[in-house]
Design a binder for this molecule. Structure first.
Ligand code: CA
Length: 218
């Protein structure tokens, strides 16, 4: 699950980014609203967390633009304002949920889960292939009915492979799925995670086709 966070306050942005990563989400953090449109056009996000009080283009305008573009991405709005009029304005502009600063991080997590679950219900949530069951919303993996605990990146790679079960996925696509912007991509990283996943689920759970990519048999 990949989240786009738009927050101009560096301290809050940094702590939200770190906290969400610990919860195993891939997070990209932008400090203003201008690059949001381009980011959404180039990367498939599952959720947008949007601060309304931004320098330059205000958050509410970012939100209106996104809905005018027919983007159905769930949006959780963050704001210091707490008047009823602001809330109504935010929800009318296409926000799915609203959180007033200061908030408790556990409340943010709960709302994020709810929005992702709701989004997941529109697709089918549980992914099943090769004896592995993966729930992208609840973040649970099991193998032959036993629960398996994975690191965030192992989970991210497995999720992409499971979503494409039966089809080969290129290494570049997998790299994209595990790295957020600005992080260094080492050339053998994907191989390292593939080999860890094979240790956990058995070597036949992921097939390799040289020069093409990897797949979980469908
Ligand atoms: Ca702000």
């Amino acid at each position: 699950m990949r989240i786009l966070l738009v927050e101009d306050d560096s301290q809050l942005g940094e702590s939200l980014e770190a906290a969400l990563r610990l919860e195993q989400y891939a997070v990209d953090w932008l400090r203003s609203g201008e690059p949001v449109r381009a980011a959404l056009a180039s990367t498939p996000y599952d959720l947008l967390i949007l601060d309304l009080g931004l320098p330059g283009v205000p958050g509410i305008q970012v939100l209106r633009q996104l809905r005018a573009d027919k983007h159905r991405l769930p949006v959780l709005v963050l704001t210091a304002r707490s008047t009823v009029a602001d809330k109504v304005d935010g929800l009318d502009s296409g926000a799915d949920d609203y959180l007033t600063k200061p908030f408790d991080i556990s409340e943010l997590f709960a709302r994020v889960r709810t929005l992702l679950r709701r989004k997941g219900e529109q697709r089918s949530t549980q992914l099943l292939a090769a004896g592995i069951s993966l729930d992208p919303v609840e973040r649970v993996v099991s193998f032959n009915t036993e629960q398996v605990v994975l690191t965030a990146r192992e989970f991210a790679i497995l999720e992409i492979l499971m979503r494409n079960a039966g089809r080969y996925v290129s290494r570049a696509r997998l790299e994209e799925g595990i790295y957020s912007w600005g992080e260094e991509v080492e050339s053998n990283t994907v191989e390292v995670y593939i080999s860890r996943l094979r240790k956990r689920f058995g070597s036949s759970c992921i097939e390799t086709m040289r020069g093409v990519g990897y797949r979980v048999p469908g």
